[in-house]
Design a protein around this ligand. Structure first.
Ligand code: UD1
Length: 340
């Protein structure tokens, strides 16, 4: 199958391109490189032996996107990752987030409609649930008032897709990710945050390698066993594999609903301190951290009920927290080795 992967040089996108190619799919990447590097394409080629076609442009540019689709009307499906994802940045500049995340989706849906491309997999997030009333959270749990413009773009995107599927006779799967971490076992691709990382795991590995002085643990007064916030961390390769399953399901299995939503997590919640302990164990490093105030906008605890994805997709996250942390650490070490 010919699959367009938007945001294919990004963190989750690049891991998904690898899995797609290894399963025999042909991949075209579109990325504006706003938060990634062109050399990721070389790394993908190194891992898989296949160099994906790569186009650098911004999907909010309607003319460029339309021209791309005119030249690629033979696509069988699209996995749409390209989006901004920093919660704090979205609070500071909401319009930038609505323009980018919704504008690119609308241009993609237009291209699908005009060229008869029927299948879409969309990167959604557990952020659509806010702080759920009941845990683990199921796909049928209420989507609550958004806590950030970023989260709101994910909620709105799901709605835009739902109505477009109906109106234009498309098929779509929205995948609600919990917290993706870790990197490919080759340590050739991984998470590459520009500047100071917002997310926990890159901050941990950058602190351990000496790029940051101290990790701030945001809050120890939550209503959790050790007082720190709980998340469902999932290995990015497990997550990437779920995209291949979703693509295959839409294209090869008849009789499924036209629009589906799945949680992608492990079903296990870990606190910030448990993540730090796992890192210290697998790396043999002692991490410099201190407890600080809560980070505004953070929810207390969230983890997934994964039974629907497990049963319907026949997919299950396999990697443990220790494996995730070890792969993240190997990636950080490989980045440091390249700088020397
Ligand atoms: C958030 C979003 C998620 C989004 C992701 C992308 C929510 C509920 N989740 O994840 O949808 O895809 O950002 O950026 O909005 N922490 C520290 N110190 C740090 C960094 C983080 O203690 O330096 C803590 C946080 O308080 C949190 C946990 O680590 O409890 C995970 O944080 P992070 O990795 O930033 O992810 P989320 O905020 O859960």
């Amino acid at each position: 199958m010919n699959i367009l992967v938007t945001g294919g040089t990004g963190y989750i996108g690049s891991h998904t391109v690898v899995e797609l190619q290894q399963q025999g799919h042909t991949v075209v990447i579109v990325d504006n490189l706003s938060n990634s590097h062109a050399n990721v394409v070389d790394r993908i080629a190194e891992i898989t032996g296949i160099r994906p076609e790569f186009h650098q442009f911004d999907l909010t540019d309607g003319e460029k996107t339309a021209a791309f689709f005119t030249n690629h009307s033979d696509l069988d499906g699209i996995i749409h990752f390209a989006a901004f994802k920093a919660v704090g940045e979205s609070m500071a500049d909401p319009l930038m987030y609505y323009h980018n995340n919704l504008g690119s989706l609308i241009n993609i849906l237009k291209g699908m409609k005009e060229h008869g491309i029927r299948n879409l997999v969309f990167s959604s997030s557990c952020t659509v649930y806010g702080q759920p009333d009941d845990l683990p959270v199921r796909e049928t749990s209420p989507v609550k008032e958004a806590w950030s413009p970023y989260g709101n773009t994910k909620q709105m995107s799901e709605q835009i897709i739902r109505f477009s599927v109906e109106a234009y006779k498309l098929k779509a799967i929205a995948l609600r990710y919990f917290n993706p971490i870790g990197s490919h076992e080759s340590a050739l691709i991984g998470e590459l945050p520009l500047g100071v990382p917002n997310n926990l795991v890159p901050f941990i590995t950058q602190t351990a390698i000496g790029l940051r002085q101290t990790l701030n643990v945001y809050g120890s007064d939550y209503n959790t066993p050790d007082g720190t916030a709980i998340r469902d961390y999932i290995h990015v390769v497990d997550l990437a594999k779920a995209h291949v399953v979703a693509v295959n399901r839409m294209m090869k299995e008849a009789g499924k609903p036209d629009y589906e939503i799945f949680n992608l997590g492990t079903g296990n919640g870990f606190s910030v301190l448990e993540v730090i302990q796992s890192f210290e164990k697998v790396s043999g490093q002692s991490l410099n951290y201190k407890i600080t105030d809560r980070r505004p906008g953070d929810v207390e605890k969230v983890w997934a009920d994964t039974s629907y994805a497990n049963e319907e997709l026949g997919w299950k996250a396999e990697k443990s927290l220790d494996e995730m942390m070890l792969s993240a650490w190997k990636w950080e070490q490989s980045l440091a080795a390249k700088k020397q």
